[in-house]
Write a protein that binds this ligand. Sequence first.
Ligand SMILES: [Zn+2]
Length: 158
Amino acid sequence: MTERMNNQTGRHWSRDEMVSHLYGLDPAEGLKPEHLESCELCHSAWLAMNERRRDSLSGMAVSEDLLRRQRRAVFARIEKPRRPAPLWGLVPAAMTALLLVGVSFQSREPVEHIQTAAITASDRELFNELSELMQEDTPRAAAPIRALFVEQTDGEAQ
Ligand SMILES: [Zn+2]
């Protein structure tokens, strides 16, 4: 009996086809929506699916309250940072002051060094030392390695 009814209203619906229909998609070729009402097998599955969807939608109504609370928390966080802003605004000024103090300490040291060199050595020796220092482009850590290299070339030369 059901076989004959199926012939009139098309073939049985698969689970995926029912889900697609539930979300408003057009049924695939050979599928008739009337079959979901006339076929006992598909009708019960279709009803169960609709019930499950209704349950999940009612669950979303509960989470609406949660969403509202979350929104309020986000807005509260957005408005909070305005209070400590004046204190944080002082940080760049303090950093600049520290930098200036550091630069003044650093720039004071070489000046004193040059002054002592000028007192103990003649001007020519001082300029020679300064030009040597300025021509040094390798780091001081490389000095021992360079010393080894110089010794080797001396050995080769002899
Ligand atoms: Zn069916």
